[in-house]
Design a protein around this ligand. Structure first.
Ligand code: JB8
Length: 254
């Protein structure tokens, strides 16, 4: 996959691009990332990319011309034009389903804004307006790094053992079961006996149950959408209502 990034802060990217699995994906030529400085498409000697908002108001807005010219040029550099993604707090919220969809693309163009946002006309360049969560950041660079990270680990051949990408949280719609490694007892805390039993069927059942309980407790919103058997659904509903009952008890009396 090729990813192009447009930003006025290209220096923010190398640490994320060089480290860990993203770095490995690039070393293995499974991922090719080009970071471009939007100021290269500015029209004046100060390399201006922002301007005052018509109608007044606080802050500045990203000018349309450098964005249009940059996206046009970057798109024309390869035969597949690629999906153009603008980061904005008003965009569709990223989740694992959308991440899997993006990971199947051959090319992505990620456009990072700053200031109070984009001139509305520039947004017509976007195939997708994307948010990484309901909070406000100072710009689209961190969201772009999140998309690069989330997509990199889904590219076949990046993870090594292909199973782990699908086995983990959110792919079954459930949170991950608790994990342990050596030592078997640490500061008095024991590894659950079942994990030392060598009984793989029992371990699988225990993990599934733990996942369901944990998800019901911490993220009842995810349980509603998860793929569960009828028995599992009943167990999850029981756990959710048990936790709700506790929450409604209020603080214990003295
Ligand atoms: C200026 O919080 B965000 C986000 C905030 C931004 C820009 C892009 C994304 C551009 N502020 O998703």
């Amino acid at each position: 996959m090729r990813i192009d990034v447009l930003t006025i802060f290209p220096e923010m990217f190398p640490a994320v691009l060089d480290a860990s699995m993203v770095g490995l994906a690039r070393e293995r030529d499974l991922l090719d990332v080009h970071v471009h400085n939007l100021r290269d498409w500015a029209h004046d000697r100060h390399r201006t990319t922002d301007d005052y908002p018509y109608g007044g108001g606080p802050g500045m807005v990203m000018k349309p011309e450098p964005l249009f010219e940059a996206v046009d040029q970057i798109r024309s550099e390869t035969p597949v034009s690629g999906r153009v993604i603008f980061f904005t707090p008003a965009g569709r919220v990223l989740d694992q389903d959308l991440a899997e969809e993006l990971a199947r693309e051959d090319r992505l163009i990620l456009v990072c804004g700053r200031y109070e946002g984009f001139d509305e006309r520039a947004l017509s360049l976007a195939d997708l307006e994307l948010s990484v969560g309901d909070y406000v950041l100072t710009g689209g660079e961190v969201p772009a790094m999140i998309v690069i990270d989330v997509v990199a680990r889904l590219i076949p051949g990046v993870l090594g053992h292909e199973l782990s990408a699908v086995d983990e949280s959110f792919t079954s719609g459930l949170l991950e079961y608790p994990q342990y490694t050596r030592p078997p007892v640490y500061r008095g805390m024991e590894v659950p006996e079942v994990l030392l039993s060598g009984d793989h069927a029992r371990i699988a059942r225990w993990r599934r149950e733990q996942s369901i309980r944990k998800t019901a407790r911490l993220r009842p919103d995810l349980v509603e959408r998860a793929e569960l058997t009828d028995d599992e659904r009943r167990a999850a509903d029981q756990e959710t209502s048990r936790c709700r009952d506790h929450a409604e008890e209020g603080p214990p009396d003295e």
